[in-house]
Ligand binder design. Structure first.
Ligand SMILES: [Zn+2]
Length: 83
């Protein structure tokens, strides 16, 4: 079953679950979600690259996200990884 990633459309009207994005496994015939199951605010489906395997995509996705949010600029062209 494919796993889809959903994310809050407006981060200011989101709960802890949808703010950072969450994964839902749905069959192809299921309708895509339009609102967060927790807080009912509008969500969008995030398109992911075609998967070779679930866990791999998952990891890449997480790594990418983590990288985005955790890089801190410490100097000219230098970035420090924050954990
Ligand atoms: Zn939510």
């Amino acid at each position: 079953m494919p796993v889809y990633v959903y994310e809050a459309q407006c981060p200011e009207h989101s709960c802890g679950r949808c703010r950072g994005g969450f994964e839902v496994s749905q069959s192809l015939s299921e309708e895509r979600l339009k609102v967060c199951p927790e807080c009912s605010s509008p969500i969008i489906r995030v398109i992911q690259a075609p998967a070779l395997g679930h866990s791999q995509t998952d990891l890449h996705y997480r790594a990418k996200r983590a990288g985005f949010h955790t890089l801190k600029r410490i100097g000219k062209g230098e970035y420090e990884k924050m954990y």
